[in-house]
Design a protein around this ligand. Structure first.
Ligand code: ATP
Ligand code: MG
Length: 785
């Protein structure tokens, strides 16, 4: 038996070996669902299925990266990079990049993040002469988003009796009108919001038979993790894609369905067996993740839900410690208790920072933990907070890069047309918007033709200069990579100089953020798409922007950083940690006061609680405070009803108040603080535009994953080369044009030229059987003949 099969239990193996026909695995937390999915992909590939024909949809990009890595390890080759693997959003964005023209969008469409969407919606509301205090952009956006995820377009929305009733009751009858105007504006701007990545994918497949046929025949095998959380549009897309081959495998756990507020319905699990004939159903019942105590408590809690598919998990793991249930006086003391306990555990049981996770119901709870961790000098990171790419100065710079790539992008244009200040005032900008609407042209075109529309004097000159500058940047795209273009932008727009001039601490931080952005672009351009063979791939600005727009903080590879992780329970799905603290287990907070009015809502809160406790492998703490500040007021809370649902014999209940013990611990904290001083210091290798040339930096394999090659590589026809016997990569430092070489994968070829910088040389090689390729010599498996 292959090695990868021998480590599986019988049911897991059965699922992996089921190759053809629909397959569904419904099983509890930690039973190896994700492991089975990963192994199954490896098994398909080991048996001759081409990676290009496999589509795997995961919950986070991080999960996708991990899966690829594991498959690579099992198969001991780099074929996994050819898989279509990632989140629904990232995979569909990739496909739409190649196909959007079929449905009237430019292929280099811009992706609007939530912030962008809300600002466009706000503009639309104002253009329609409505009040954005009443039609709050975030509320309107939520309605539109929910509609899109339920496959309800603007026309259907206007005609839907229930939606109209709801909006009328909320005294916001014009949402349908705003939705229509917003959709039109996005289309005109050549932009898609996050929801459009799903909606337009559906539109593509359902209205373009050629595209449907192409992707149906391509994706011979489809796999979906966390199936319980797919929503209507995701469900419909996968159904369309799977219709030809019906080789679709879904794994999920109805007890972990926690996204009904986003339109996910566990109906999808029940529906699956009706959609396909002969569905093979596999149940997994052994849990490999948690101690017996943790599992017992989790099972008991979820049994209080009436609506779950019955299943009982068991484990061979050790009994483990009891679950610590800890009461504190306030949220600050709760934070302090957690930080103290982390230190204590590290001393007693030799855990590293990264073995700990602190989970909470709402983002605002993170503050108390952060404060205590900082005081104790414990390194930590927040997943899913205000991410780097959401910061104003970073978004400004990115807006420049976006308008350079896509001049239809009105949001980007509005953001930077007068930043840094160049004398194009608010009235002029409003006039440009009106002109663009009247003439049905893009705003940028209105800028370029400003003279025609009555702009005069200084404003006209400023507009013309601006248009010339953007057009100039655009010409750079032909032969410059993303970093070189970005550096030019930083210089010519005075953006960097402006930030550098601000000497306040905030100004300095902003300056550093822009430098950090440039650093990250540089690293990205110097990272090959594939470490194995060193092939460069597309390092243009457009490719970089796509990379960035799908980046979220939770995807950043913090796995290897030794930090305590803080995140909401929603963000923790699918993950596991040695030690887990779940905080704020109080009535009105967890379950949330907003979710106790119906059984359905309460059961979803309980599922969320189940997800939280099943993240723990060894140790689990559940904490609650008697009182905490919420919305500016000190609020007294009862302990959560969920605490009463857990069997007493597995609990160890304590009170952690102030007093001597905490005093002692915090003294120890200062000692640790001293030891840890220096952690998180300034970033190295910064690109400093003031002095021109960036300092050289050695390529570094351990870079964060958002800088790593995108999850999917373009299908390219590669003639497979069987390397000569005893192929050993040689020192390529003396490589010159004209030399003959052998590449481990691409075969024999002749060097056309060597370019790039001294620390990152790139060779253009004409391969006899694979055409011309750019190869990064730092990574290439190449020998000079
Ligand atoms: P969740 O519902 O939380 O997503 P899951 O069902 O996807 O959980 P996995 O994450 O795949 O579970 O597996 C949980 C842990 O158990 C992982 O550390 C995995 O490596 C381990 N595991 C799974 N199956 C086996 C096995 N047969 N032998 C040893 N370890 C296993
Ligand atoms: Mg999983």
């Amino acid at each position: 038996m292959q090695d990868y099969l021998s480590g599986l239990n019988e049911q897991q193996r059965e699922a992996v070996l089921h190759v053809n026909g629909p397959l569904m695995i419904v099983a509890g937390a930690g039973s190896g669902k994700t492991k089975v999915l990963t192994t199954r992909i490896a098994h398909l590939m080991a048996n001759g299925v081409d990676a290009f024909n496999i589509l795997a949809l995961t919950f986070t990009n991080k999960a996708a990266a991990e899966m690829k890595e594991r498959i690579q390890r099992i198969l001991n080759n780099s074929e996994a990079r050819n898989l279509y693997i990632g989140t629904f959003h990232s995979v569909f964005a990739k496909i739409l990049r190649a196909e959007a023209h079929r449905i009237g969008y430019p292929n280099n469409f811009t992706i609007y993040d939530t912030d962008d969407s809300r600002s466009v919606i706000k503009a639309v509301i104002n253009e329609l002469q409505m009040d954005d205090k009443h039609y709050k952009p975030n509320i309107v956006h939520n309605r539109i988003s929910a509609a899109k995820n339920a496959l309800v377009g603007p026309t259907e929305y206007a005609l839907d009796y229930h939606l109209q009733q709801e909006d009328a009751r909320a005294n916001r009858p014009a949402i349908a009108q705003i939705y229509a105007a917003y959709a039109h504006k996005c289309f005109k701007n050549g932009a898609m919001d996050f929801d459009d990545l799903l909606l337009k994918m559906f539109e593509l497949l359902s209205t373009q038979p050629a595209a449907l046929a192409k992707y149906q025949s391509k994706f011979k095998y489809i796999m979906i993790d966390e199936y319980q959380d797919t929503n209507t549009v995701q469900y419909q897309i996968t159904k369309l894609l799977a219709a030809m081959h019906e080789n679709i495998c879904v794994v999920g756990d109805d007890a972990q369905s926690i996204y009904s507020f986003r339109g996910a319905t566990i109906e999808n699990i029940l529906q699956f067996q009706k959609d396909y004939d002969d569905v093979k159903v596999v149940k997994l019942e052994q849990n490999y993740r948690s101690t017996q105590s943790i599992l017992k408590v989790a099972n008991e809690v979820i049994n209080n839900n009436k609506g779950q598919i019955p299943k009982e998990l068991w484990t061979d793991n050790k009994p483990g410690d009891k679950i610590k249930v800890v009461r504190t006086m306030t949220d600050n003391e709760e934070g302090k208790f957690v930080a103290d306990s982390i230190k204590e555990q590290q001393l007693r049981n030799h855990y590293a920072n990264k073995d700990f996770a602190i989970l909470y119901r709402t983002n605002a709870q993170s503050r108390a933990y952060e404060e205590s961790l900082r005081k104790m000098g414990i390194a930590y990171k927040i997943y899913g907070g205000v991410s780097f790419y959401q910061r104003k100065e970073v978004k400004d710079m990115i807006a420049y890069l976006r308008i350079i790539v896509n001049q239809q992008d009105e949001e980007a244009l509005k953001r930077i047309i007068n930043y840094p200040v160049r004398g194009i005032g608010k009235t002029s900008i409003e006039k440009l918007i009106v002109v663009a609407n009247e003439q049905n042209i893009t705003m940028f075109e209105a800028v370029t033709r400003a003279a025609e529309f009555g702009f005069k004097g200084g404003t006209l000159e400023a507009l013309q200069n601006f248009a010339t500058m953007i057009k100039y940047f655009n010409t750079l795209l032909n032969d410059k990579n993303a970093y070189d273009v970005a550096v030019q932008v930083g210089k010519h727009t005075n953006l960097v100089k402006e930030l550098f001039g601000d000497k306040t601490p905030e100004g300095l931080a902003r300056y550093e953020n822009v430098q950090e952005l440039l650093n990250s672009i540089k690293e990205w351009t110097e990272t090959p798409d594939n470490f194995e063979d060193g092939e460069v791939g597309n390092k243009g600005l457009g490719a970089f922007l796509q990379n960035v727009s799908l980046f979220t903080d939770s995807d950043k590879d913090k796995e290897n950083e030794d930090v305590v992780k803080l995140m909401t329970i929603h963000a923790a799905k699918g993950l596991e940690f040695g030690c887990v603290f779940v905080g704020g287990i109080e009535e009105t907070l967890f379950p949330s006061a907003m979710s106790i009015n119906t059984r359905e809502e309460l059961e979803e809160e309980r599922r969320l609680f189940y997800v939280a406790i099943t993240r723990a492998k060894d140790r689990l703490w559940l904490t609650y405070a008697n009182a905490r500040y919420r919305f500016g007021q000190l609020v007294q809370n009862e302990p959560s009803r969920f605490l009463e649902e857990m069997p007493e014999e597995f609990l160890d209940k304590t009170y952690a108040g102030g007093g001597a013990r905490n005093q002692g611990m915090s003294n120890m904290g200062t000692a640790f603080e001293r030891m840890n001083r220096g952690f998180g210091g300034g970033s190295s290798g910064q690109t400093d535009l003031r002095y021109g040339v960036p300092p050289a930096k050695k390529p570094d394999n351990a870079r964060p994953s958002y800088l790593q090659p995108a999850a999917i590589s373009k299908p390219a026809v590669t003639a497979v080369h069987m390397p000569s016997e005893n192929f050993v990569a040689s020192d390529t430092s003396g490589l010159e044009a004209g030399m003959r070489v052998e590449h481990q994968k691409f075969g024999f070829g002749t060097v056309a030229k060597v370019e790039g910088s001294a620390h990152n040389p790139i060779a253009n090689i004409n391969f006899d059987n694979n055409g011309e390729k750019k190869i990064m010599l730092n990574y290439a498996k190449l020998r000079i003949l």
